[in-house]
Design a protein around this ligand. Structure first.
Ligand code: NAP
Length: 292
């Protein structure tokens, strides 16, 4: 057996925290990458409840964890617990990757680069219109990414008017200045006909709600036939939303390439060397391939 695959007393620890985190594919992708690189690290999923975040971080300091990713519900709550936050993460207002420094913990957001990678491969998005479903942590990376891609109009649709208003306000002082308008869920029938891109950033359709969709076939019928539907969820594959969009003849993107690209960017921060992106993608494709 390759020495790099053996966990010893010297093996360094990386991980992902969230609640739930049991379905995270990050351990599959990162351990494949760590093995391919031959470095003495292991990456594990660590369930952390909302109220336990500060205690968990203190524990990570004590046990010498090297770095970690964050998923629901910690991406914004982590901010006050960090000693340093990159300008990109500050602009987004959410952190998905943290690494250890002599002073404490530093954080950044690699979701923006991960999100835009598959879109850049499709077409030029300048002056286009995007409808973003949801206004949580991932939506912040999506808005920043759409701003970087030059979208002319970014609609963010949510179900909680107070959170929506706070979302709009939070971008006022941002150097990104995205062309953003928040809208209630009820506005979708007027927004969808304008959409060149529809992005689902809600967890609706994810494993335990796999039979649900944030937009039904009637809503999708309102979108232009040239629209692209991008679901950030990567399991199940495809989601109900993407199944319906494909039936409508729309181009679809799932969250897998975003997961690969944000993970590669995180790994490069932790290890200070290029990530084996193809190995990471193949590991996930293989893991998610239906078994006969
Ligand atoms: P989050 O911060 O909890 O935000 C979730 C958002 O969805 C909130 O705005 C929430 O609204 C809304 N929402 C939840 N349930 C809803 C429902 N039933 N109907 C309408 N809206 C609903 O979570 P997040 O970190 O942004 O992650 C969201 C999703 O993106 C997850 O599925 C995650 O796996 C995925 N994601 C994928 C990648 C990737 O690499 N592919 C990266 C990041 C995230 P309220 O605020 O009103 O509750």
């Amino acid at each position: 057996m390759d020495k790099a695959m053996v966990i010893t007393g010297k093996t360094k620890l990386l991980g992902v925290i969230g609640d739930p985190v049991v379905h995270s594919l990050s351990p599959v992708m990162h351990n494949a990458a760590l093995e391919a690189l031959g470095v003495d690290y292991v990456y594990v999923a660590l369930p952390v409840k909302t109220g336990d975040l500060a205690r968990a971080i203190a524990g990570f300091t004590a046990i010498g964890l090297q770095g970690f990713n964050l998923t629901i519900p910690h991406k914004q709550a982590i901010l006050p617990l960090l000693t340093d936050i990159t300008a990109e993460a500050q602009a987004v207002g959410a952190v998905n990757t943290v690494w250890r420094t002599d002073q404490g913990w530093s954080g950044t957001n690699t979701d923006v680069a991960g999100f835009i990678a598959p879109l850049q491969a499709l077409q030029d998005w300048r002056q286009r219109t995007v409808v973003v479903l949801g206004n949580g942590g991932a939506a912040r990376a999506v808005v920043a990414g759409c701003g970087q891609l030059g979208f002319g109009q970014i609609y963010v649709v949510g179900r909680n008017s107070q959170k929506l208003a706070a979302f709009q306000t939070s971008w006022v002082d941002s150097p990104l200045k995205p062309p953003l308008i928040v809208q209630p869920w009820e506005a979708l029938p007027t927004l969808l006909p304008e959409a060149d891109l529809i992005v689902n950033t809600t967890p609706v359709g994810m494993h335990t709600t796999a039979d649900q969709t944030p937009l039904d076939a009637i809503a999708l019928a309102l979108a232009p036939s040239s629209a692209v539907v991008y679901d950030l969820i990567y399991t199940p594959r495809p989601t109900q939303l993407l199944t319906l969009a494909a039936q409508r003849g729309l181009v679809t993107l799932d969250g897998l390439e975003m997961l690969v690209q944000q993970g590669a960017a995180a790994l490069e921060l932790w290890l200070q060397q290029p990530a084996p992106v193809d190995t990471m993608r193949v590991a996930l494709d293989t893991w998610l391939a239906p078994t006969s």
